[in-house]
Design a binder for this molecule. Structure first.
Ligand SMILES: Nc1ncnc2c1ncn2[C@@H]1O[C@H](COP(=O)(O)OP(=O)(O)OP(=O)(O)O)[C@@H](O)[C@H]1O
Length: 588
């Protein structure tokens, strides 16, 4: 084991030597020597220089923080937290933390050198970026955020100046001075921090704390800034900027032409209710990032000038079912939110753009377009359910939670589409879409009636519901995979969205629990069997009676969770550990 201390021979000028003193376990002392090179920049706390390791010849960015600036315990804590969080991270879109040491005057942090400065200098030079560049940088920024959030880290200072460019033009997120690590899922943070133009409204409001969604907000500000050239809420007065953020007061200037997809992604993110913002997976599947193939990295020429039209031509969209060359296959929980569903206004009932933006979350079990091997694996898995004896023959493949306006739209594995409306009535169409069943409560509300209709011969009072059904059907349409379509159509009787899963009770007595980590449980009360599909998509089937005693701990854990939720659905007043948060609509 070694302990380290350093001596700066001459601090004031470039070209000086910094020595790191290393105490070895056997009592010997050695020195690591660095030559302080070119000045790279300075922030609120640090001055940053190129540091050449004189042994390995490796060049790093050396961040020098004077100990005099750390006399307040808050500043010390901030630095300790920055080091603790940053050194634990390892991702190609995050500035690599190499090493840190100290001497009597300074703390030194050695970081991966990013020779092409930050997006801040880039925008200063270029004024604004072309959409292909914004797509490319946004994609990489989301990759960094996905990694961070998966490790329970919130960055809290996403902005142009903290996104660095490496010599290869790879985007690297840096500066973890405001980052925080959550102790547990669901923890809320209360510190007011961030950079004024990028700060999320929930941080300013401060009432319910904040979480990962603040990074998504700042990402929205970042995308806008790259496209337009200045931040959306910018004013000369910070207080006014905060007021504009709280009021969501921003607009797209007419003089900067941007695509509809670009506008959409910004306005879908910049929603003041953090729970209505899209997830990072939703964003990766957004038309803005999917409409054409993306370059993995941009040419260095774009540091000074926009990409040439010859260069742009290679990435032009070739059709709506393009398979993206440079993008990893999308996961099953990501699907392209249909362009039409966003923009189409429904006759009657009218979806406004804003409503769609704040509510539209699509979760799918399969991709409707070919998207690499992921799709075929999922499809194969789903088909597998049928070959396991006692396994369910029908399940929910895709759904759209539109419950803050209309209800839950879904597509079953046999190609039948349905809607569970907020008034607890249900509608389900056959796979051809030319007839449907309408299920509603009558009399004292206790009796359920089911009436079969054909299209277009149905009562006019059902027009709005049929229109909605057709919209959902159109946008969730997938190939018929498997599962019988019997005369009496199966539909969702109840559903519930919790923090970890969405639960469907189907009219064929199957309970389907689709967990956010992509594992799934299907409880079949007729066959008394449980099908468990793990995160990798492998199905296994167990008798219901012995499933709890299984060695499969992952499944047992999910079964316990499901049992708890089903119990609380039946006895809402007695159950509830506070571990889940029902938000879906239900019958009594
Ligand atoms: N890894 C790096 N590679 C190249 N240049 C860097 C690197 N890290 C920092 N810099 C340069 O140093 C400047 C200051 O760095 P940084 O913003 O991290 O300092 P800070 O004092 O921690 O900032 P803040 O006041 O935002 O907390 C950056 O704007 C950038 O120009």
């Amino acid at each position: 084991m070694t302990s380290k201390i350093t001596r700066t021979l001459s601090e004031s000028q470039e070209g000086q030597i910094v020595e790191e003193k290393i105490y070895k376990a056997n009592g010997e002392i050695s020195f690591k020597r660095y030559s302080k090179g070119r000045f790279l920049g300075k922030g609120g706390f640090a001055r940053v220089y190129e540091f050449l390791n004189l042994d390995s010849k490796q060049i790093s960015a050396g961040k020098i923080i004077s100990k005099a600036s750390l006399n307040k315990s808050r500043a010390r804590q901030k630095l300790m937290s920055e080091i603790k969080i940053h050194r634990s991270l390892n991702n190609q879109n995050i500035v690599r933390f190499e090493h840190f040491f100290e001497d009597s005057d300074n703390v030194y942090i050695l970081l991966e050198l990013c020779t092409n400065q930050t997006l801040s200098e880039l925008i200063r030079r270029r004024k604004r970026l072309t959409e292909i560049e914004v797509q490319c940088y946004t994609f990489q920024a989301i990759s960094a955020l996905k990694y961070l959030h998966a490790h329970r880290v919130i960055h809290r200072d996403i902005k142009l100046g903290n996104l660095f460019l490496s010599d290869k033009m790879e985007l690297k997120l840096g500066d973890f001075g405001l980052a925080t690590k959550l102790e547990f899922d669901g923890e809320r943070k209360r510190t007011i921090c961030g950079t004024p133009n990028y700060i999320a409204p929930e941080i300013l409001e401060g009432t319910h704390g904040h979480s990962y969604e603040v990074d998504t907000w700042s990402l929205g500000v970042l995308i806008y800034t790259m496209l337009i050239g200045k931040p959306p809420f910018e004013t000369n007065d910070v207080k006014l900027t905060y007021r504009r953020i709280k009021m969501n007061a921003y607009s797209f200037p007419d003089q900067v032409p941007i695509s509809k997809e670009a506008r959409d992604i910004v306005s879908e993110i910049l929603i003041n209710d953090p729970t209505a913002r899209p997830s990072l997976d939703d964003l990766l599947a957004h038309p803005f990032l999917c409409k054409n193939s993306l370059p993995k990295l941009l040419p260095a020429s774009t540091l000074a000038v926009p990409p040439s039209s010859a260069y742009l031509k290679q990435f032009e969209s070739t059709g709506k079912d393009d398979v993206k060359l440079s993008r990893p296959p999308r996961s099953s929980s990501q699907t392209r939110i249909s362009e039409d569903l966003r923009s189409n206004r429904l006759e009657d009932g009218r979806l406004t753009e804003r409503e769609i933006k704040s509510t539209n979350r699509v979760i799918s079990r399969t991709e409707s377009t070919a998207c690499g091997s992921n799709t075929s694996r999922k499809t194969a898995t789903i088909s597998c359910y049928n070959f396991i004896s006692g396994g369910p023959t029908l399940w929910v493949n895709k759904w759209v939670d539109y419950s803050n306006k209309y209800g839950l739209g879904y597509m079953l594995s046999n190609g039948c589409a349905g809607v569970y409306f907020n008034d607890a009535s249900k509608i389900v169409a056959n796979s051809k879409g030319d007839s449907f069943q309408y299920i509603s409560r009558s009399g004292n509300g206790r009796e359920e009636t089911m009436v079969q209709h054909t299209i277009p011969n149905f009562p006019s009072e059902l027009q709005k519901k049929v229109t909605l059904l057709q919209h959902f059907r159109k946008h969730l349409m997938i190939d018929k995979l498997c599962g019988d379509e019997s005369k009496e159509l199966v539909y969702i009787k109840k559903w519930l969205l919790t923090e970890h899963a969405i639960i469907f009770r189907l009219s064929n007595k199957v309970v389907q629990v689709s967990f956010l980590d992509k594992s799934e449980l299907l409880l079949c009360s007729d066959s008394k069997m449980v099908t468990y599909v793990d995160k990798q998509g492998m199905p296994a089937i167990y008798p219901l009676s012995s499933a709890m005693e299984t060695q499969n701990r992952e499944m047992a854990k999910r079964l316990r969770y499901t049992k708890e939720i089903l119990t609380s659905m039946l006895h809402p007043q007695t159950a509830g550990t506070g571990e889940y948060r029902p938000t879906g609509k239900n019958e009594d």
